[in-house]
Design a protein around this ligand. Structure first.
Ligand code: DGL
Length: 265
C-alpha cells in the first residue's frame, strides 16, 4: 500500500513523522510544493488548482490514500479534491485537530495559530462548533511564520519576539492551543516556551485516521498488511531540494534520501 502526503513544503513532515510512528506496512510519497509556498497568502482558487495538480501526480503514482498535510490546503481544497478524485480516501488535518482539541479543552476555550487564509476561512471554528457548539474558538493568522520555518527557522531574539507578538494576541483564558499550520510543530519547543497551555498537534490524530482508513482498505481489497523492516519514502520537492533536505533532516533527526524534483509544479 502507498500513502500520498502533501504540503506547501516542509510542514507536512510533522504529519509524516506521526504516520511513520504508527504505520509500518505502507510506503509513502511525500510532495512538498515549496516553489509555491506559502499557500497561506494565495487565493482559494490558486490553492485549489495547485492541489488538483498534486492530486493528479499522486494518483498517477498509484497512492491508495491522500493526506492533505496542510491546514491551508485542507481549508481551501479538501472538498475540491474529494469531488475530483472519488476513487480513494482523502484526509485533511483540520477535522482530526478539531476533535483532539475538544477532547483536551476543559474550559471550552480553544486558540488556533495558523496561516492568514486558514484563520480567515474560520474552518476550525466551524468544525469545532459543528462537533460541539458550546466551545469558543479564537483564531490568529500569522503571516510570517510559515515562510520563516520554510527557510529554516533560527532560534534568536528577533524570531522569538515575532512569535510572542502572535501568541500574545490570543486571549489569556484559552486552555488549549491548536498548532493550526503543519509547519508549527517544527518550532513547537519555541512556542511552548511562550505559552503555558495544552498544545494540540493535529498530526497525531490525523495519523490515526490514516491508519483507520488503510485498515478499512486492506479489509475491503484483501491487501496483506505485511510489516516492513523499513518503509520506503520518496520525496518530491518543487523548490530548493537542498534547503528541504537540511530543514527536514533537522526536524526528523534522520538523513533524507530519495528526494526528487517532480515534472509538474
Ligand atoms: N503547512 C501549511 C499549513 O498547514 C502552511 C501553508 C502555507 O504554505 O502557508 O497551513
Amino acid at each position: 500500500m502507498k500513502i500520498g502526503v502533501f504540503d506547501s513544503g516542509v510542514g507536512g513532515l510533522s504529519v509524516l513523522k506521526k504516520i511513520k510512528e504508527k504505520i509500518d506496512f505502507a510506503d509513502v510519497i511525500y510532495y512538498g510544493d515549496s516553489m509555491n509556498s506559502p499557500y497561506g497568502s494565495k487565493s482559494i482558487k490558486e490553492i485549489q488548482e495547485l492541489c488538483l495538480n498534486i492530486g493528479e501526480f499522486l494518483i498517477d503514482n498509484q497512492v491508495d490514500i491522500i493526506v492533505i498535510a496542510c491546514n491551508t490546503a485542507t481549508a481551501a481544497a479538501l472538498d475540491t479534491l474529494r469531488e475530483r478524485f472519488t476513487s480513494i480516501p482523502i484526509i485533511g488535518v483540520v477535522q482530526p485537530g478539531a476533535a483532539m482539541a475538544i477532547k483536551q479543552s476543559k474550559n471550552k476555550k480553544i486558540g488556533v495559530l495558523s496561516t492568514p487564509l486558514t484563520a480567515k476561512s474560520g474552518i476550525y471554528e466551524k468544525v469545532i462548533k459543528t462537533l460541539n457548539p458550546k466551545y469558543e474558538v479564537f483564531q490568529k493568522g500569522c503571516d510570517l511564520l510559515c515562510p520563516m520555518i520554510e527557510r529554516g527557522w533560527e532560534d534568536n531574539d528577533r524570531n522569538t519576539k515575532l512569535l510572542k507578538s502572535y501568541v500574545d494576541q490570543l486571549p489569556k483564558d484559552i486552555d488549549t492551543l491548536i498548532l493550526g499550520c503543519t509547519h508549527y510543530p517544527l518550532i513547537r519547543g519555541e512556542i511552548e516556551k511562550l505559552i503555558d497551555k495544552k498544545i494540540v498537534d493535529p498530526a497525531e490524530e490525523t495519523a490515526m485516521h490514516v491508519l483507520f482508513e488503510l485498515n478499512k482498505l486492506a479489509l475491503k481489497n484483501g491487501f496483506k498488511k505485511s510489516r516492513k523492516e523499513k518503509i520506503n519514502i520518496d520525496y518530491f520537492v518543487t523548490g530548493d531540494i537542498d534547503r528541504f533536505k537540511k530543514v527536514g533532516e533537522r526536524f526528523l533527526g534522520e538523513e533524507l534520501s530519495n528526494i526528487y524534483q517532480p515534472l509538474i509544479g
